[in-house]
Design a protein around this ligand. Sequence first.
Ligand code: ATP
Ligand code: MG
Length: 414
Amino acid sequence: MRLEVPEAASDIVRRLEERGFETWAVGGAVRDALLSGSRADWDLATAARPEVVRKLFRPSYPIGIQFGTIGVRGSDGYVYEVTTFRRDLETDGRHAVVEYADTLDEDLGRRDFTINAIAYHPLRHELHDPYDGRGDLDRRILRCVGDPTLRFSEDYLRVLRGLRFAGRYELEIEDATWDALKAAVSNLPQLSGERVREELLKVLAGPAPSRSLELYRNSGALHRVFGEVAGLEDTEWRITLEAIDRIPAEETGLRLALLFRPAGFEIEAMMARTRFSNAEVRGVVNLADALDQPLPQPGDEVSARRWLRDVTPALASYTLLLHMVLLEAMGAGAKERKRLAEQAKVIETVRERGDPVTLGDLAIDGNDLKEMGMLPGPEIGRALEACLTAVIEDPSLNEQAVLLAYVSGMRDEE
Ligand code: ATP
Ligand code: MG
């Protein structure tokens, strides 16, 4: 068995072993290499204590010093995580008290799933796989290390991690693991919002989130962590998942918006509870609102400008992409797609021509109105909005003299 471990990682292992500290590659990189996926972040587990690792390697950085993790810069410039063997002393489902351990086997024994508990020795090219994680990978099975009920109760995040791995690698969840997982979902609300958020974002960054999200729903986990979107009717849920898969993986924010949009006015509370940033909340809310704006009629430039004003030019392309994937997910035919293409075209036409659609596009601004004698305050805002409405109907009005005259006319009427 020979896996492609970066030379720089092997060098770190060699250096530690020369000093008498057993060191192995572990975790996600070993799993992915066995699945023929390659990745850069090879994590190392070692018998050396963190102080020793820090002394032996310069530069090195304490990454999770309380967890015994030191970042070591390899000769390739990449920072490898070197973690001292550990065992759990005490767990409560949310946190663990750990202590350093002397053997690799103790360290592997505290890992969550068999596929994540495989160690590889980059110098001897040897697998150490006491739980037959490799066999489970071959059979495409997700299985806990040890007693699943116990393992989930030690850390309920493993429930969500399991759903992610099963979906990501198309694994069947082994019966006892699945039963224990379902029994554990009711404890998910004990997890910190941050951990739940981070897990969901990892799901959404994967190639086809639908499989994991479907498992979130079938296991009852969705109901416990994002209950606001758990009640969708089957067809709507299926369309949502299909649409999410059709968005490129790097556009996690768009996928998030598709998933959370059905929560409607509860989006903000749901996202605040799971510790999303204000910017992320605003992003989802704005996209959800933008999707609710009716698209223009084909060829209708006035309604295209109104649409651009309402969704904002910055979100226009994203919103059109969301409309497109939703249409595809609904299995729309050629006719509906053609109509959407025509709607996109009229939007593109007014955009390319630079038609005015925001206050900033107007030929006048607040200062012009102050010079006209208007007092700073809501009156100026209202006047500018009225100008924008007028130029959206007829862009030829967007000239300073015309708009100033328009505003004076409005004031005379009041
Ligand atoms: P990926 O990075 O692709 O999400 P990974 O397997 O590398 O997957 P990490 O969260 O980086 O996952 O963790 C590295 C390893 O640490 C895992 O493979 C697993 O062995 C162990 N591990 C991580 N989190 C837990 C946990 N909550 N319970 C038990 N073991 C864990
Ligand atoms: Mg990892």
